[in-house]
Design a protein around this ligand. Structure first.
Ligand SMILES: [Ca+2]
Ligand SMILES: [Ca+2]
Length: 277
């Protein structure tokens, strides 16, 4: 009551009645407003969880669910942590920006974006070129590297190969005839053999090299371990996504959640990225 004149007893009753009438008047407005906000919130929640969504392509979400991929509508910031060992991190949420601390953004021609394993993915065809200019921060150290990505091949080559990620003269992942995932690192090219990835389905592929040992993972499971490698040589002309660096061997399909690390990630870490149970 500070700052107000103390009312007389009848004045108090009058004042209370006035407040009561005012509240009666506001009650409906307040409840209507709350109901409107609730409806808006429900609509927003319904929209964000709509599996049909604006991205469409429910068959790919089903495929992603089968392989354990996250199918939420975005990528958490924790996917691209401020970790100096994370050399490049692409979520492909409508762009080819590198969300690592280094910001090694890719330039893309002939690329588009489509439903991904997590949010949106990069969609590529025979005309697509996605390249990252060389930068010292993009070069792997001699004793540790990892690539990991979700891929959705539209087709599997009958012969030759298609590039997933390649640092010319440095580490790469290619898909060879019949769905054979091959990794080059530490002076050696090794492969899983055919049949580990298929057309029309999401698969998580990863390659790590420790300075001696190359491991190729598919859906978080080691498919090839080779301990006869040596020091990693890093390329110096940049990196290509969905093709050979500097050109050729284009990959047709979708690529999502691509990371390059300057360390050999552990099986547990690869498995987590692959959505292993
Ligand atoms: Ca994505
Ligand atoms: Ca090359």
């Amino acid at each position: 009551m500070q700052g107000r004149q103390e009312p007389s007893a009848p004045g108090v009753f009058f004042w209370a009645e006035e407040i009561g009438r005012a509240l009666d008047g506001y009650r409906g407005t307040i409840f209507d407003g709350m109901r409107s906000l609730f409806v808006i919130a429900l609509a927003a929640a319904g929209c964000s969880f709509d599996p049909g969504g604006t991205l469409g392509g429910s068959e790919t979400n089903a495929d992603a669910a089968q392989t354990g991929a996250s199918i939420d509508s975005g990528t958490p910031a924790s996917f691209c942590p401020d970790d100096p060992n994370l050399l490049a991190c692409f979520t492909f949420e409508g762009d080819t920006d590198d969300r690592s601390v280094y910001g090694n953004h890719a330039t893309a021609t002939g690329a588009s974006f489509d439903t991904g394993a997590d949010g949106q993915a990069l969609r590529t065809d025979l005309s697509t070129e996605v390249t990252i200019p060389d930068d010292p921060s993009l070069r792997f150290p001699p004793d540790g590297m990892s690539y990991e990505a979700w891929i959705f091949p539209d087709s599997i080559p009958d012969s030759n190969r298609v590039g997933i990620v390649d640092q010319d003269g440095g580490p790469s992942i290619f898909i060879y005839a019949g769905g054979d995932v091959q990794c080059f690192a530490g002076g050696r090219r090794v492969g899983t053999g055919p049949g580990v990835v298929s057309a029309g389905a999401w698969a998580h592929v990863a390659c790590t090299h420790s300075g001696t040992t190359t491991t190729i993972y598919v859906d978080g499971i080691p498919k090839l371990v080779d301990a006869t490698g040596g020091a990693i040589s890093a390329g110096t002309i940049g990196m290509s996504i969905a093709g050979n660096s500097p050109s050729g061997d284009p990959f047709e399909g979708r690529i999502d959640s691509l990371r390059a690390w300057g360390i050999a990630r552990t099986q547990a870490q690869i498995c987590q990225a692959a959505g292993c149970p």
